[in-house]
Design a protein around this ligand. Structure first.
Ligand SMILES: [Zn+2]
Length: 391
């Protein structure tokens, strides 16, 4: 599986971790437990670039992962994520003076972010997402939506700003994606905003966010490398949302005015951090899997009726690695579309958090520390006195 680095095109990717077969459709849920259990798995074999620290699943097969409207990777049910998104809208609207301009949102999910951005800034927008399940066409916010992938090449509408949140890491050829957007910009001044999970966070923790749909894992350095190689100028980059997300702001044809960001462009020191995380990842991931399997066994033994709160992709990966034999008393999630339905491969059923009032677990496991406060508050509301355990 020899592959030239997608980010810098100078190194050859070197295998450093094999996580075995994992669920492919980690944003899908099924009405039937049997169908969930029989859903596809794919191999996760991570490779890194010694030259720029880019990380990729070398075993990724785009043929097994086709996005459609049945998938649900929506993060907007969480108040913490909503608040974060609202701040971002304010920032982008202020920085780019978007009134009368056109924003393309590539990987727009269910359109919440683009609608809010258009509404707040006076921009018009076009959103694309194969998972978009709403009404297609124009919408009162000034945005229009399409269920499907964004067109490539000259088919793409002209734009002043493109945004792409939590989609870039899913693309099989991320360089081509950025190079095509740059080519479409031609000699017009345009800007771009990309947000991805921060790979330093993912690879220096247990790795619950190392999921099949994530083909690429970008840290600060490799994200800058791929953007610059595709012909963009880097205006700003940094982390958001408790360090879990990384953003990069790009421009083309912005002349020689100073960069918009005031932080230095990430250099080799950032790359070294990522290479250090990479070098210990396989060992850490295996140790965390083992630790959580024994922890769950102890909690069950002690009568704690442990449950997991949060059935998103991190939750699915945690269940795959730590509770494949389903010893947890329940899995709950705030998204009502998941209630009574089953998660891929392990086939855990997802319930309404309100069911915890009668279950009365004394241990609640969460896989995303950013939601700790809101989950703790919700437990109080539900009359559940439980220890919150962060995986
Ligand atoms: Zn590289």
């Amino acid at each position: 599986m020899s592959r030239t680095c997608d980010a810098c095109a100078e190194g050859t990717l070197v295998t450093f971790a094999d996580l075995g077969d994992i669920p492919v459709l980690c944003g899908v849920h099924w009405a039937d437990a049997g169908a969930a259990a029989a859903s596809p798995v794919g191999r996760m074999t991570l490779g890194y670039c010694p030259n720029c620290a880019y990380v990729r699943n070398l075993a990724f097969d785009p043929a097994v992962l086709v996005y459609d409207k049945t998938m649900d990777t929506n993060l907007h049910f969480s108040p913490a994520f909503q608040a974060f998104s609202a701040e971002l809208v304010k920032h982008l609207a202020g920085r780019y003076q978007l009134a009368g301009k056109r924003v393309l949102d590539i990987g727009c999910g269910q359109g919440e972010f683009l609608r809010e951005l258009c509404h707040h800034s006076g921009a018009t927008g076009v959103g694309y997402d194969a998972m978009y399940a709403g009404v297609e066409g124009p919408d009162p916010s000034g945005a229009e939506f399409h269920s499907g992938y964004a067109p490539r090449g000259a088919e793409l509408p002209s734009f002043d700003l493109f945004t792409s949140r939590h989609w870039f890491e899913h693309i099989a050829d991320p360089y081509e994606f950025l190079a095509d957007l740059r080519a479409q910009a031609g000699d017009r001044e345009v800007h771009g905003y990309i947000e991805v999970p921060d790979a330093v966070y993912d690879l220096s923790t247990a790795g619950w966010e190392v999921i099949y749909p994530h083909v690429s894992y970008f840290d600060a350095y490799s994200l800058v490398r791929i953007a610059e190689r595709a012909g963009w100028r880097v205006e700003d980059t940094g982390t958001l949302f408790g360090g879990m997300f990384r953003f990069i702001e790009l421009s083309a044809n912005a002349g020689d005015r100073p960069r918009l960001g005031d932080q230095p462009i990430p250099g080799p020191a950032e790359k070294e951090r990522q290479l250090a995380a990479v070098s210990t990842f396989q060992e850490r991931n295996a140790a965390e899997q083992k630790r959580w399997r024994s922890r769950i066994a102890e909690l069950v033994e002690a009568g704690a009726k442990p449950v997991m709160w949060g059935a998103g992709s991190r939750g699915v990966q945690f269940l795959t690695f730590a509770d494949a034999d389903k010893r947890l008393a329940a899995v709950v999630d705030v998204n009502p579309r998941k209630w009574g339905r089953y998660l891929p491969v392990t086939a855990h059923r997802v319930d309404d958090p309100a069911t915890l009032t009668s279950l009365q677990p004394t241990a609640v496991i969460i896989t995303n520390p950013s939601y700790q406060k809101e989950i703790a508050a919700a437990l109080v509301e539900l009359g559940v006195e439980a220890e919150l355990l962060i995986a």
